[in-house]
Write a protein that binds this ligand. Structure first.
Ligand SMILES: [Zn+2]
Ligand SMILES: [Zn+2]
Length: 351
């Protein structure tokens, strides 16, 4: 089968490898119909996240059709359309039982390895024709008839990530919410903040086209190189500051700055991927009773909340798809996404 194989930064190659097979009674084999490139794949692509090895298939956002299941799998069967959580939980350990599949003590081997698809040879990824899914009952969800593969694709990672951030931010009716970033995750955060009852969502980004998209969703927008962010936020919030700031870019300085924009009791939630230390203005946290939350996503916990929003038409994440190409053109897709050419938001690859 064809798969996108990691050989190093800027060195992903489309190669033919053997199809995976069932290895355990709790496994499923999925034939991928749609997969997409994520901002976190770019951390491997640009070398920001050094991989300890080479030669594994990348990709952690994919959906498809179940081809085969082990004898212990009860929730899906051959022929089912299915989506797969990007983080793999065993479903039975104490962390999984608390909804923290990302910290599963079994699949992380006691915290010694990543349990996300496509970041090592332990769990080869879904930018491939076929994927083996460990602990299928815990990590696979059937896609209902009214939901397209492309819509379900966003339930594998970024829609749950956006939902987690609005949950961390405790977005409540009437809130003023600031969202740093109007990329795929930022855009979903904006939509979910409105669904949770935010009165005003203030979107901050350097890209005019992305700001225009945020305005279409009903957001106020700020371009930080053209306007003073603090002044505008104070103006929009009648001098109070925002109830929450959600970081959906992945930059440490935005987490630090967020404290300035909050009202007393405000919350900073980090949805962006940050793999570095953050300097915090702790005096502001103390004086304003602020809090800060972040973490890896657990789609297993969020899919049941989010699927009905897609089914009912209140949320259509497939609007984010700007480019579609065959898996054979994946490398060109990476270059397009990494260079942010051609108004790209999400590139969908079809094996
Ligand atoms: Zn992702
Ligand atoms: Zn577990």
């Amino acid at each position: 089968m064809q798969a996108v194989i990691f050989h190093g930064p800027h060195d992903f190659r489309l190669e033919s490898i053997n199809e995976p097979k069932l290895e355990s009674p709790s496994d499923a084999i999925l034939r991928v119909t749609h997969t997409t490139i994520c901002g976190s794949d770019l951390h491997l692509w640009d070398g920001g996240l050094p991989a300890a090895e080479q030669g594994f298939a990348v990709g952690h956002e994919f959906v498809g059709i179940i081809e085969q299941v082990g004898e212990a799998v009860t929730t899906v069967g051959p022929g089912d359309r299915a989506l797969v959580s990007c983080t793999i939980g065993c479903g039975s350990c104490s962390r999984c039982r608390r909804g923290l599949h990302s910290g599963c003590s079994v699949t992380t081997a006691g915290g010694t390895r990543s349990n996300i698809f496509g970041f090592s040879s332990a769990f080869p990824g879904g930018q491939a024709e076929v994927v083996r899914i460990p602990f299928a009952d815990s990590n696979v969800f059937q896609i209902p008839d009214g939901v397209s593969d492309e819509q379900a694709l966003f339930l594998t990672d970024i829609l749950p990530t956006a939902n987690m951030a609005t949950e961390f931010a405790e977005v409540a009716p009437g809130d003023h919410v600031v969202v740093f970033g109007c990329g795929p995750v930022g855009s979903l955060v904006q939509q979910l903040a409105f669904i949770r009852g935010a009165a005003v969502v203030i979107a901050v980004d350097l890209d005019e086209a992305r700001l225009a998209h945020a305005r279409q969703l009903g957001c106020e927008t700020i371009h930080p190189e053209k306007e003073n962010v603090l002044e505008r936020i104070l103006q929009i919030t009648d001098g109070e500051g925002a109830a929450s700031v959600i970081e959906a870019v992945g930059r440490t300085e935005l987490v630090s700055q967020a404290a300035l924009y909050l009202r007393p009791g405000g919350v900073i939630a980090v949805a962006g991927v940050i793999i570095a230390n953050v300097d915090l203005p702790w005096a502001l946290f103390l004086m304003k009773n602020l809090s800060l939350r972040g973490g890896l996503v657990n789609p297993q916990r969020h899919v049941p909340q989010l699927m009905p929003l897609i089914e009912s038409g209140r949320l259509d994440p497939a609007q984010l798809v700007t480019h579609r190409m065959p898996l054979s053109e994946a490398i060109a897709g990476y270059e397009l996404f990494a260079e942010r050419r051609d108004g790209v938001l999400k590139v969908v690859l079809e094996p």
